[in-house]
Design a protein around this ligand. Structure first.
Ligand code: CA
Length: 230
């Protein structure tokens, strides 16, 4: 059965374009062009996903989201204006599952939609515990546990996120910008050398403590975590 998506967007041309693309991908789409009717439709329970513009006539997307979340946990992806950092923060605070910045490439929107459906479809019973490994190190994203040679390593939240991101990109050089973007995200305020500082923390807790060379610096580019000999 095709998933039903509600698109709440007052720019009708954009709405029509997105609708056609979604239909082409096999989704069923319904549209609303203002806040109140968007909220009413979203509350109908007929949709498996809501794409919600922030700037809407009648009622802002934020207000729609706030009211919707009192009754429904339907996945919501916010469509925010470029660089509207506050919108992203308040949207996620209010319970949005994701956001995408306008103007967006349709492929990116489709990827976010697929990701949102994947998360929803994942039920606890069928979920396998994922384990990321490099050399003698294992990381379990769900339980947020890291072990080296079977010994548990305590990491702070940022250290853990950083290590997880490097592991998910094992063997690839990850730039500082990519790390800032994915690990610190839009709430990042501060010096860009934060990455280097946290890499140093990780090296102290992992490489130095266990005499490993897991995290390699690629000068002028970034970092890579990879299997090493010996
Ligand atoms: Ca709008």
């Amino acid at each position: 059965m095709a998933e039903r998506i509600l698109l709440v967007e007052d720019e009708e041309k954009l709405a029509r374009m997105v609708e056609l693309e979604l239909q082409y991908e096999g989704y069923q789409v319904d549209k609303a062009f203002d806040g109140p009717s968007g909220l009413e439709k979203a509350l109908s329970g007929k949709f498996q996903l809501v794409l919600l513009d922030v700037m809407l006539p009648g009622m802002s997307g934020m207000e729609v989201l706030r009211r919707l979340r009192k009754e429904s946990q339907v996945p919501v992806i916010m469509l925010t204006a470029r660089d509207a950092v506050m919108d992203k923060v308040s949207g996620l605070d209010l319970g949005a599952n994701d956001y995408i910045t306008k103007p967006f490439a349709i492929e990116e929107l489709l990827a976010r939609i697929r990701a949102a459906f994947r998360v929803t479809a994942r039920s606890p019973e069928t979920e396998e515990t994922e384990t990321l490994r490099v050399g003698p190190l294992t990381l379990e994203p769900d339980s947020r546990q890291v072990t080296v040679k079977g010994e548990r390593v305590e990491l702070t939240r940022k250290e853990f996120d950083l290590l997880e991101y490097l592991l998910r990109n094992k063997g690839k050089v990850v730039t500082r910008d990519a790390l800032l973007d994915h690990v610190w995200g839009f709430d990042f305020v501060g010096e860009t050398n934060a990455v280097d500082v946290y890499i140093r923390f990780l090296r102290t807790k992992l490489d130095e403590k266990f005499d490993l060379k897991l995290i390699r610096t690629v000068r002028g580019v970034g970092y890579v975590i990879e299997e090493t000999e010996g």
